[in-house]
Design a protein around this ligand. Structure first.
Ligand SMILES: *Cc1c(COP(=O)(O)O)cnc(C)c1O
Length: 401
């Protein structure tokens, strides 16, 4: 190729804009975590790396509030954590109770079907918690069900379900439980041992505020026993925990399974160190306090939440879009004029709601004030029926209380 041609097609380095991320994830990544990502890459079997893996497992146990030995990060995003739980715990021909009150329950159904099993759907309205009575009824009608799966924090709607109660019901009917804690971990109480959750998965890019692409999972003894005694091979080679544990299991004898995402794991380690420094209970309290302040501002402006107060997630605020206001235009202006990202509605809620995330490092006062000021400016400019001049003061008052 001639030099002139090569110069004409030269692509420059990619330099992303600096945004404030207040959508459903990824959330703002703390500079300490970005710093950790750029440390020197070492071998994934290097003794120094193996030491960091052991620390990461212990830190994840703290985040999940568990002593489960099988607690580790899957080398792929939250969806792969979901798939890890289903392919390992569900065998062909089984029945699985799947609760659906938003987008992610629908993905659980897909997973069950692809495992060759039959999903029994328990449906609740989008924007509401899973109704424990319906789960009880489904289990009575299907005494041969083996697993109950539900989403703890439904990111598509902002609703939180009562994980402890749902697990108790499942256990009374001899079922194992699979819990989606992608959006709850680090943002709202998740107590794996106290609630006796059997299998749980999460993601790094929501309330842990790390970069996307890793999925922490944890399995208790009962879940591990089912995995060890399967009749059929796990259909996924990559996600088969019997094989993955050869690498993540014991620090004495670590063998190659796949090349771990070395630098991404530095990032997760740093994020978990920061969670430990803050204290997980303090992180939950921060998410709640900041939610209350955002709510004070948005409600003063005249916006309303779609989830009843007692079922609301503090880290994911779904509010109705005012009549006559075009969703995409508002989000585009927030991005262009304020470098602010908020989330669109998903599935049945597309075009009807905005999802404002206050997850992890994004859950802080300056983000709340920016979001309220920016929304008020754009909505006021577009002639939306909102109250102006009161929202910031309402949020500030709440932050100071
Ligand atoms: C984000 C999310 C997922 C999927 O995680 P990815 O990292 O995007 O694959 C699954 N479940 C819930 C509840 C989520 O919010």
């Amino acid at each position: 190729m001639a030099k002139a041609d090569r110069q004409a097609m030269t692509t420059l380095s990619f330099n992303p804009p600096v945004r404030t991320l207040m959508g459903p994830g990824p959330s703002d990544v703390h500079p300490r975590i970005l710093g950790a990502l750029s440390r020197p890459t070492i071998g994934h079997l290097d003794p120094a790396f193996v030491g960091m893996m052991e620390e990461t497992k212990a830190l994840l146990q703290y985040a999940f509030q568990t002593r489960n030995e099988l607690t580790m990060p899957v080398s792929a995003p939250g969806s792969a954590g979901m798939e890890t739980c289903f392919v390992n715990l569900v065998e062909p021909g089984e029945k699985v109770i799947v609760c659906q009150n938003g987008v992610f329950g629908g993905r659980m159904k897909e997973n069950v079907e692809r495992c060759g099993a039959t999903p029994i759907m328990v449906e609740d309205a989008w924007g509401r918690a899973v109704d424990p009575q319906k789960v009880e009824d489904a289990l009575k009608a299907n005494p041969d069900a083996r697993v109950v799966a539900f989403v703890h924090a439904e990111t598509s709607t902002g609703a939180q379900s009562d994980a402890e109660t749902l697990v108790q019901i499942a256990h009374r009917h001899d079922c194992l439980t699979i819990v989606d804690a992608v959006t709850s971990l680090g943002g709202t109480p998740v107590k794996v041992d106290e609630w006796e959750i059997d299998a749980i998965y999460s993601g790094t890019q929501k309330c842990l505020s790390c970069t996307p692409g890793i999925s922490p999972v944890s399995f208790n003894e009962q879940a591990q026993e089912k995995i060890r005694n399967r009749d059929h091979k796990v259909q996924s080679w990559f996600l088969d925990l019997n094989l993955v544990m050869g690498y993540w299991g014991s620090s004495q004898q670590r063998t190659y399974h796949h090349t771990a995402p070395v630098n991404a794991l530095y990032g997760l380690h740093e994020a978990l160190v920061m969670l430990q420094e803050e204290g997980v209970e303090n992180a939950w309290a921060r998410h709640r306090k900041n939610h209350v302040a955002l709510k004070a501002g948005l409600e003063a402006m005249g916006l309303s939440f779609i989830v009843p107060e007692s079922e609301r997630l503090p880290q994911l605020n779904a509010v109705s879009i005012p009549e006559g206001i075009d969703d995409a235009t508002v989000r585009r202006r927030l991005l262009d004029e304020f470098n602010l990202e908020i989330g669109a509605g998903l599935g049945a809620l597309a075009g009807k709601v905005w999802r404002i995330g206050l997850m992890g490092h994004s859950s802080r006062a300056e983000n709340i004030l920016l979001c309220i000021a920016a929304l008020e400016t754009v909505l006021g400019d577009m002639g939306a029926p909102i109250q102006t001049g009161v929202a910031l003061a309402a949020a500030e008052k709440s932050l100071q209380s």
